[in-house]
Design a binder for this molecule. Sequence first.
Ligand code: GMT
Length: 413
Amino acid sequence: MSDALRSLDRNGSSDHGRPATDRHMRIGICCYPTAGGSGVVATELGKHLAERGHSVAFISYANPLRLGELPPRVCYHEVDQESHVLLKQFPHSLTLTAKMVEVARTHRLQVMHVHYAIPFAAAAIMARQIAPELDLKVVTTLHGTDITLVGGSPSFRPVTQWSIEQSDAVTAVSRFLRDETYRQIPLKKEIEVVHNFIDPDRHAVREPMCIPHKRSERQVTLMHISNFRPIKRVDDVVKIFARVRERIDARLVLVGDGPEYSRIRELVDSLGLSEAVRYVGVVDEVAPLLKAADVLLLPSETESFGLVALEAMASGVPVVASDVGGLPEVVEHGVTGFLAPVGDVEAMADACMKILEDCADAKRFAAAARNRAAQRFDYRFIIPQYEAIYERLLGESAARVSSPASSEGRPAR
Ligand code: GMT
């Protein structure tokens, strides 16, 4: 596939849309393209940065899910995935590194912001060394699975530890994830917490077309959105729904797909719930679907943040979730939804009833959810936090160049 779909303007300005601001920066963003929170956050971050006048180059092995048509000041470069007859296993990290170097040189990138320590931070650090003339700053955002990977398989620890220590700045999407990283990996590096974000305007949308209308005004809709990994405990979703349905007229909408999908279908059928469950599959935009939901269920085993819980809240949908990981930083128990111990499907079904039984309560929870999302997690508060990190790193580097200590003209690392 072709490489740059639209090239960044080398002077950082663009004839498309808004002119670049004074503090225009050239930023590379590397992320997984698939349906997962980290890719969504990385893609939305890049688009917001471009809207704010920066130039952004996405690097991934496929077009990121939410990227869509390239906005002004954005380009996308694809990492080679073709196997070679002599190589038994394709060295993705090395082609990624090579692509990072090439893209950084083409667009004179100043910052490479990677979303996952493994393999992206390791690749970015190599790229920084291969192209020292760029003085590229590496910012690593931890999303969770990079750290649970270490928990599950300690053989990843040395590379994860090195990648974090060598990054110029490291962020985590929740306080929980920052603390968990320090617990699992001996580190000197400061990890800054930058929460995930939403755009409240994106959640003021019309009803989805892919879900049929409710059977009656009184029927409620429970929704679950995930990649159907075992960690999401989708069987708990079905069990919670079965309990709620014994008490009120309800339907369940399952959004997403993944390894557990077939097993969940079997469970739904065996419980005689097939008529009441809708399977939507993978979608790009969740906001229209959330418009049809009364409660979002997220009973995960763990969740470093739970972006979908935040997206639900932004749509005015209260959340019933596990009391784990970063979820308590997102969902305010008893106010914007309820948190219960992992696996406690009784408590989660009771929580749904507390929200849904009384119409006035349901409205109160919905309003509180929407307010919290807008007041705490609006992208307009969060994007400047990332910008401040980039600016700080570029400022430090400029200060080193102009200080007499760096007489060789290139900043020392
Ligand atoms: O949860 C997943 O299966 C996907 C994963 C990812 O890497 O996209 O999500 C992680 O990053 C999201 C964005 O920061 C967080 O909202 C999710 O909580 C986190 N998943 C886990 O911690 C299990």
